[in-house]
Design a protein around this ligand. Structure first.
Ligand SMILES: [Mg+2]
Length: 271
């Protein structure tokens, strides 16, 4: 075979192209995911997008309309109440997530210290809405899965941001570390109050039907089956960073390596 100058040149370019493609960040990311890189975009979306803020304003505007409708249309025997979750519902803890990305640490490392620094920032629309509800005689319940070790910092943070009626009766922590479910706390409130609204960023903030749904398919099915509750009694806020939606991707296996998690995420993509 005759080797021409042209064919040498073509082969050289092909080798250069091969080396360039193989060493490009895109290919490197596909085979060797950078530590915590998968979390960066979610944190940035929450911290940097107008869309996140707009969705929060939208959720609290809807909550106000639903409360006004209830005040206008329903005579109720019991005092009204609103149940809200804390993290990513009334306030933003993305700074803690960003810290984990930068330091390559994982929840719950540093979480107690972070909570007790009382530096969460208010979700747009939350302080205004809950103060409005409070002035209309509605009891606010802050139902969180933060553990009692963070109670002082949590209460201080709520007061500092101007959230209303923060006290031992209204701030309900996860007193029993073994029980993640909020069902018992919700039931205790419902026994004494007319619950107008529940607000949260995780389906588990709303009803135990969601807590029992652990797979992606069953969570979607439970959401569809209860669709009439969303926008009427349940108001959902966005959280792309963590939650039971993410736990279900990994089938609640918290011992997976970063590589195993990355492989599962890719396997779940539908095209
Ligand atoms: Mg939350």
């Amino acid at each position: 075979m005759r080797i021409t100058t042209k064919s040498i040149s073509t082969r050289l370019w092909l080798v250069i192209l091969f080396i360039t493609v193989c060493s490009s960040p895109i290919v490197a990311q596909a085979t060797e995911p950078a530590d915590k890189e998968d979390e960066v975009l979610a944190v940035l979306w929450q911290q940097s997008s107008g869309e996140h803020r707009a969705l929060c304003y939208q959720a609290y505007a809807l909550a106000r309309m639903l409360l006004d409708r209830d005040l206008r249309n329903h005579r109720v025997r019991m005092r009204r109440a609103i149940i809200v979750d804390l993290d990513e519902t009334v306030w933003d803890t993305s700074a803690y997530e960003a810290m984990n990305v930068k330091q390559r640490t994982n929840y719950p490392e540093g979480w107690v210290e972070w909570m007790n620094r009382a530096q969460a920032t208010a979700i747009p629309g939350a302080v205004e809405f809950l103060n409005y509800a409070n002035t209309r005689g509605v009891r606010i319940f802050y139902v969180t899965n933060r553990k009692p070790v963070g109670k002082e910092g949590t209460a201080q943070n709520l007061k500092k941001l101007g959230f209303p009626a923060v006290n031992d009766e209204s701030l309900l922590m996860r007193d029993d570390p073994a029980i993640e479910s909020k069902t018992a706390r919700r039931k205790a409130i419902s026994a004494k109050y007319h619950v107008v609204l529940l607000m949260g960023d995780d389906l588990n903030d709303f009803d135990d039907v969601f807590e029992k749904s652990k797979t992606i398919a069953s969570r979607i099915e439970a959401t569809d089956r209860n669709k009439s509750e969303f926008g009427t009694r349940f108001v959902v806020l966005p959280n792309p960073m963590y939650g039971n939606w993410a736990n279900s991707l990994y089938e609640y296996n918290f011992k997976l390596t970063e590589q195993q998690k990355a492989a599962l995420r890719r396997a779940l993509l539908r095209d």
